[in-house]
Design a protein around this ligand. Structure first.
Ligand SMILES: O=C(CO)[C@H](O)[C@H](O)COP(=O)(O)O
Length: 235
């Protein structure tokens, strides 16, 4: 049996073939992105020149520790490519992201890149998004009121389910790199991701949600039978 970590690393290694000398790269967050940064560091030590823009403090620390040159997004300017993982990859390469809590910076960085490639083990591909809880980043003022309005918003988009405030390992509310909280919406099924994205984005106090629609141009999926590449139209 192939271990999930091996599959993530294979997807990351394949994505590296899209990286060319001189690129300005968005560096994702999570265990799959972590493999990518490790492999990228090996290439950098072999002479590849890149500039990385990390999507989280975690990835920033990893990149610095491995000697990958980094810059802030504003220092780097427009990015050539962003490589990141995902929690679910659905039709049209619509994604659920934010399992690691970095969705806000991840979406800003992916949006600033000419192209986003999502890397994952093949189990992340789904026919309908929503089994993975949808992360919604909110300000920490009036969380109960915000949650009630998010419930209304998800209902208006044909979804239903529990919403929980994400907690860290010590039972405290999880705080994002930007100082916000995360609501996890346990929906089971998202029949119309675009409608849900639009409805949730309208709630006052919602900073960002983990639906990434129209951002990924390519998915690199590693399964036991090898690598599969998907484009939005070839899902
Ligand atoms: O969105 C993310 C972090 O906010 C990650 O990309 C997502 O959670 C996937 O992580 P992993 O590669 O560990 O499965």
């Amino acid at each position: 049996m192939v271990h999930a970590e091996d599959l993530k690393r294979r997807a990351a290694a394949h994505a590296l073939t899209y990286v060319t000398d001189g690129m300005r790269l968005g560096l994702g967050t999570g265990s799959t992105a972590r493999h990518f940064v490790e492999l990228l560091a090996e290439k950098v030590h072999g002479g590849l020149t890149v500039l990385g823009v990390p999507t989280s403090e975690q990835t920033l620390a990893q990149a610095v520790s491995l000697g990958v040159p980094i810059a802030t997004l504003d220092e780097a300017g427009p990015l050539d490519l962003c490589i990141d993982g995902a929690d679910e990859i659905g039709p049209g390469l619509a994604l659920i992201k934010g399992g690691g809590g970095a969705l806000l910076r991840e979406k800003i960085v992916a949006s600033a890149a000419r192209e986003m490639i999502v890397i994952a083990d093949a189990t992340k591909k789904v026919d309908v998004l929503g089994r993975f809880p949808l992360p919604i980043e909110v300000v920490d003022f009036g969380v109960a009121a915000i949650t009630r309005q998010v419930v209304e918003a998800i209902r208006s988009a044909g979804c239903a389910g529990d919403i929980t405030v994400r907690r860290d390992g010590d039972g405290h509310p999880f705080v994002t790199d930007q100082g916000h909280l995360i609501l996890d919406a346990h929906l089971g099924r998202i029949p119309d991701p675009a409608a849900l994205a639009a409805a949730v984005a309208q709630v006052a106090g919602v900073v960002e949600h983990g639906l990434f629609i129209g951002l990924a141009r390519r998915a690199v999926l590693a399964g036991k039978d090898g690598i599969t590449e998907l484009e939005p139209g070839s899902f």
